[in-house]
Design a protein around this ligand. Structure first.
Ligand SMILES: NC(=O)c1ccc[n+]([C@@H]2O[C@H](COP(=O)([O-])OP(=O)(O)OC[C@H]3O[C@@H](n4cnc5c(N)ncnc54)[C@H](OP(=O)(O)O)[C@@H]3O)[C@@H](O)[C@H]2O)c1
Length: 267
């Protein structure tokens, strides 16, 4: 199994859902973890799960000062940053006509600005071989009713990683966007919809998946071996809907390993 001993992983939105699942997995693999979120209660619970040494801080990602202070605290504690997972985000579902300025700013800032500045503040503390991972969404590529800010914010992240690939290539820092399909997380219950509409929306999301159900977050399922993590063209993570059979995954992993070997990436 690959190891992340001596790697420092920062996860915004790490006290819930995808961010917390990612933090736990990185922790199992030996990484030092720093998570942020808003709810102090959820941060305490997450810290207890992550164990001794994990940093858990309340950081509103819409505040650049707060993000900067968090990144500096992590560097003071661990001396460096190897991976940033920008998972903080969320959506308030509203028809376009009903979107007001406050909701507009909230969805744009927590999904785009927060990830943008978390990356910008961390990059000077990252060495070649480090990795930025942004959480996109299918809503960033498709049009979904009621997501007139969330969708464009996620689309902006998609473009941001392309820009960063051109700017950070020489520094050996990779930028990747992962766009999960629907994953049942606490975030799914925070769409800002009345109960009956929420249930309909969830059923609608599940029906968009060919297997008719939501996926499960399986970050790191196909992470490269640590020796190859410094290769900047290599994919670093994937969502793996649990509904895919293990046989399919093994085939996929095998193909990926063969491709890496053929490119000399496992040296
Ligand atoms: N679940 C899905 O189906 C799905 C699909 C595609 C993409 N995504 C993306 O995946 C990421 C994680 O979502 P999730 O489903 O795991 O949702 P979640 O469980 O609600 O987690 C969202 C996280 O973001 C944090 N957060 C939200 N606004 C914040 C702010 N202003 N400042 C700081 N932290 C903030 C939350 O902190 P608190 O809990 O403390 O408020 C929480 O830790 C999001 O970027 C989401 O857009 C999710």
């Amino acid at each position: 199994m690959m190891k992340f001993d001596n790697k420092v992983v920062v996860i915004t939105g790490g006290n819930s859902g995808i961010g917390l699942a990612s933090a736990k997995r990185f922790r199992e693999l030996g990484a030092s973890i720093a998570i942020s979120g808003r709810s102090a209660e959820k941060l305490d619970a997450a810290k207890a799960e992550l164990g001794v040494g994990a940093i858990a801080r309340s950081v509103d990602v819409t505040s650049v000062d707060a993000i900067t202070a968090f990144i500096e605290e992590v560097v003071d504690a661990y001396g460096k940053i190897d991976v940033v997972v920008a998972s903080a985000g969320g959506v308030t579902v509203r028809p376009f006509a009903a979107m007001d300025e406050r909701l507009f700013d909230e969805d744009l800032d927590r999904n785009f600005k927060g990830a943008y500045f978390a990356a910008q503040r961390a990059i000077p503390r990252m060495q070649p071989g480090s990795s930025l991972i942004f959480l996109g969404s299918a809503a960033g590529s498709k049009g979904f009713q009621g997501m007139s800010v969330y969708g464009p914010a996620k689309a902006a992240l998609r473009n941001l990683v392309r820009v960063l690939a051109t700017e950070l290539g020489d520094a050996g820092i990779r930028a990747n966007l992962v766009s999960p399909g629907p994953i049942p997380t606490p975030g799914m219950d925070r769409l800002g919809l009345p109960e009956d509409e929420l249930e309909k929306a969830k059923a609608g999301f599940a029906s968009m998946v060919p297997l008719g159900r939501m996926g499960a977050w399986a970050l790191l399922r196909i992470l490269p071996t640590p020796s190859s993590i410094s290769h900047r063209t290599k994919p670093v993570m994937s969502t793996a809907p649990r509904s895919l059979s293990m046989a399919v995954w093994r085939k996929f992993e095998k193909r990926l390993q063969q491709r890496h070997r053929s490119k000399g990436m496992d040296q």
